[in-house]
Design a protein around this ligand. Structure first.
Ligand SMILES: [Zn+2]
Length: 184
């Protein structure tokens, strides 16, 4: 496992190869062949999460996880082409674009070598900081959407169903968020 600073140095070298030179123009932000919008983590996903919890109780977490998984599988399809084109390992690309798009500084510390288990750590997850900025320290782990996205990417890589759990979370006072993703 690397420190956050070591990870960022590695990621910056990869991003130099992938980054778009002029992403903004004509009222649209285009990065790596897709359009984006910027939204403050003061609102997103905190407000959405709270509304889902109010309407669906605990099922709100599952909705975020399920939606995240679908996005994760799609992200795998999108980035595997970019990884192959540049000759970069898919997980190095995922770490780099996660950082580039401001999701957090992540490292895939186990890649299925032990019983197919993946272990991924993320410093400064946007989901945990969104929660912290509005409510302060949480009693429980909050990164349900991130957990879903990472699980979906693992499913894309492995071509089968996985289940992800968050075992550490910055929102509860841990140094980083940690996700364990296992074959179902
Ligand atoms: Zn977290």
């Amino acid at each position: 496992m690397h420190t956050k600073e070591e990870l960022q140095d590695k990621i910056k070298e990869i991003i130099k190869k992938l980054a778009d030179r002029n992403p903004c123009g004509e009222g649209k932000i285009n990065l790596l062949n897709r359009r984006y919008v910027l939204m403050s983590t003061d609102y997103f996903p905190y407000d959405l999460t709270r509304d889902l919890e109010e309407i669906f109780n605990a099922a709100g977490d599952t909705i975020l996880y399920k939606g995240g998984k679908r996005i994760g599988r799609d992200l795998y399809e999108h980035y595997i082409h970019i990884a192959r084109k540049h000759g970069i390992d898919i997980w190095d690309v995922i770490e780099a674009v996660g950082w580039y798009f401001g999701w957090g500084t992540g490292e895939v510390v186990e890649r299925g070598e032990n019983d197919g288990v993946y272990r991924i750590i993320v410093y400064d997850s946007f989901e945990s900081e969104s929660f912290l900025s509005r409510e302060g320290k949480s009693e429980s782990h909050v990164c349900h959407f991130m957990r879903g996205v990472l699980t979906g990417i693992v499913e894309g890589v492995e071509g089968k169903e996985y289940h992800g759990k968050e075992v550490k979370c910055k929102a509860t006072g841990d140094e980083y968020c940690e996700f364990v993703i296992e074959h179902k």
